[in-house]
Design a protein around this ligand. Structure first.
Ligand SMILES: Cc1cc2nc3c(=O)[nH]c(=O)nc-3n(C[C@H](O)[C@H](O)[C@H](O)COP(=O)(O)OP(=O)(O)OC[C@H]3O[C@@H](n4cnc5c(N)ncnc54)[C@H](O)[C@@H]3O)c2cc1C
Length: 267
């Protein structure tokens, strides 16, 4: 079987967020990391491979050429092959155009009966959680989102899907797409031997010409031109002011507190 894991390189939003003079995020000035949920997805794929030696794990990312460093890290963790989808034509894509391009690339890799596509639930920069489900739709395969548990035994896939107030256990047929969240597992570290090996593992770059034979891919359906939504304006939210202290433990103070919370639509 084959497992294709979609991994996105994102700015590290846990540190200092660099902002340009016009108020937009200065991505070039920020450190990049592998999107956290995607590392849980990769770990899940590697755990299936640990138990099923005939499993091939392919990591795929759409991004600029420096994304290679992240893909090499995935290879060092144990993935077998990496595919970078990269071309000027793909730049500025919204989730619709991103999922179109990734779907075409995944079709190029090939999705067979036993295969699974993994995504993270959400990328910490775009934060939409839309790319995974859109890829599943475009591939025409079932999807389960918010996965926190995976049992793959004798070709049978059973997953646990987290809900706000409980969970579902779902049996799902392959090929399918799962989006993973951090509660699923703890991603492994790269191994020293893995770091040595990662430069000799298969590494492919797919550009526009490599995907243009896909029926969904045209100059007008990818990148900025293929994006039904376009970010019109972005800005940093105003910094919160100092808190308000209410003194006293009497009824009037409590009523004042309730009224302030009501005004702010918190209650
Ligand atoms: C220059 C630029 C311009 C942009 N312009 C717009 C715009 O005009 N309108 C707009 O809506 N958005 C825009 N975006 C944001 C862009 O749409 C999102 O970054 C992208 O579509 C992915 O969505 P997301 O980050 O919300 O991912 P999510 O949907 O939150 O990601 C879910 C999962 O999908 C997979 N995934 C997502 N992206 C990738 C990827 N690139 N490679 C591999 N796997 C991936 C990962 O497994 C991830 O965990 C722009 C981004 C850039 C860099």
């Amino acid at each position: 079987m084959k497992i294709i894991v979609c991994v996105k390189q994102v700015p590290d939003t846990s540190g200092k967020v660099a902002v340009k003079a016009d108020g937009t995020m200065d991505r070039a000035a920020m450190a990049t990391i592998s999107n956290p949920d995607d590392m849980n997805a990769l770990e899940a794929a590697l755990q299936i491979k640990d138990k099923n030696s005939d499993t091939k794990v392919v990591v795929i990312s759409m991004g600029p050429p420096p994304t290679e460093s992240m893909l090499r890290e995935c290879l060092a963790m144990g993935a077998d092959e990496a595919v970078l989808v990269s071309a000027r034509e793909f730049g500025g894509a919204d989730t619709f155009a991103t999922s179109t391009t990734l779907t075409a690339a995944i079709r190029k890799i090939g999705v067979e009966k036993d295969d699974i596509v993994f995504c993270g639930r959400q990328a910490i920069d775009g934060d939409t959680a839309q790319v995974g489900p859109q890829i599943a739709e475009k591939l025409g395969i079932p999807q389960v989102t918010y996965v926190t548990g995976i049992d793959y035994t004798d070709g049978q896939l059973t997953v646990r899907r987290e809900l706000e107030d409980g969970y579902m256990t779902i049996k799902v047929q392959t090929p399918c797409l799962l989006t993973c969240i951090k509660e699923l597992n703890t991603p492994r570290y790269m191994r020293v031997a893995g770091i040595m090996d990662c430069y000799s593992k298969p590494y492919t770059v797919l550009d526009f010409n490599a995907l243009v034979d896909d029926p969904m891919v045209e100059l007008e359906t990818v990148g900025l031109k293929g994006s039904p939504t376009q970010v019109y304006k972005s800005f940093s939210p105003p910094v919160k002011g100092a808190g308000t202290m209410l003194e006293g433990a009497d009824k009037a103070t409590c009523e004042q507190l309730v009224s302030i919370l009501g005004e702010k639509h918190i209650i």
